[in-house]
Design a protein around this ligand. Sequence first.
Ligand SMILES: NC(=O)C1=CN([C@@H]2O[C@H](COP(=O)(O)OP(=O)(O)OC[C@H]3O[C@@H](n4cnc5c(N)ncnc54)[C@H](O)[C@@H]3O)[C@@H](O)[C@H]2O)C=CC1
Ligand SMILES: CC(=O)C(=O)O
Length: 377
Amino acid sequence: MIIGVPREIKNNENRVALTPGGVTQFIGSGHRVLIEADAGIGSGFTNEDYLAAGAVILEDVAKVWNDADMVMKVKEPLASEYVYFREGLILFTYLHLAAEPALAQALKEKGVTAIAYETVTSGRTLPLLTPMSEVAGRMAAQIGAQFLEKPKGGKGILLAGVPGVSRGKVTIIGGGVVGTNAAKMAIGLGADVTIIDLSADRLRQLDDIFGNSIKTLMSNPMNIGAAVAEADLLICAVLIPGAKAPTLVSEEMVKAMNTGSVIVDVAIDQGGIVETIDHITTHDHPTYEKHGIVHYAVANMPGAVPRTSTLALTNVTVQYAMQIANKGVHKAIIENAALKAGVNVAKGEITYEAVARDLGYTYTPVDVAFEREFSLN
Ligand SMILES: NC(=O)C1=CN([C@@H]2O[C@H](COP(=O)(O)OP(=O)(O)OC[C@H]3O[C@@H](n4cnc5c(N)ncnc54)[C@H](O)[C@@H]3O)[C@@H](O)[C@H]2O)C=CC1
Ligand SMILES: CC(=O)C(=O)O
């Protein structure tokens, strides 16, 4: 199989979908790898590193897309990349389609087989989302602490406090991977941390992990309202896999926060959970102010720490990509249920139920989409 890796074009996105180490794995199994020139520079990998690993370096991004059987990316394609979609192309990347209706439509229309890292599901875990959630969760606390500083627009508090001055309050909604990693960092910074989740079992686990270093609360509008109102830093980390994120923090709740408080909505890649966040922000312009509150809604947070993030992401993606390359996409998904759960679009159908429901499409199970094609041929 020919694997293509274009350079990422989202704002300040310096990750790359394959390291030179990953290239050697594909080459060793008899595949070819096309890398767009300078695709790895932001993560510290030069064109020479890729050449030494056996890849072909191409200046022309169109050739990378058009000559490849499978394109591996990090972020969802932007509108300028839709032109490369074609029937039979396999696309393996983050997609977040519930928040990207135009992308879902383009993939469906063009007959791309699109496998979303974020819905590859092994048991109850999301193995290709987890490492980036670890990064974004850890970043959320440090970014929040930074924007609480007065010159950055915040109220001017230090989360740790000092002897004789109280600590800052951090409220985290969603106690999964992002929430847990945000909590680790916030506790490390000395903050007073509250975690809210909908799952009583998860709250028990968090209590076992963190003990008296945190408070836990069941997710309901009353608890969310109270914990948001008192938060200096609110970190939003809810996920319903594949689905548009629910709006849990209303405009009224935001208005009840103290001026200069900070919201970091990590769940923005699935649409976000805060009513006053109506657009994605970028690493170039990461925040805006509304009702006196600093809003941060960057959808590619790990892109700011690309060396760590590329290594962490490719540690887990390559083994799945290798299965696709070695077996072909159909056999690979038949034999690997985790990978099968990643297929969001195939054969002109939406094959992930939550995406179909949220975007108003008919849901077609992935087996049915492939069978239909075989019965037509
Ligand atoms: N902005 C960015 O750059 C990045 C964003 N993310 C996003 O962060 C979000 C969270 O990801 P993970 O922590 O990996 O997910 P996860 O599945 O590990 O955790 C989600 C948690 O939300 C909880 N939850 C669901 N509904 C809830 C509700 N109504 N109230 C309170 N809690 C609720 C679940 O019980 C679960 O514990 C996802 O949207 C993910 O895509 C992840 C990495 C980077
Ligand atoms: C999860 C995701 O979308 C990211 O790491 O950018």
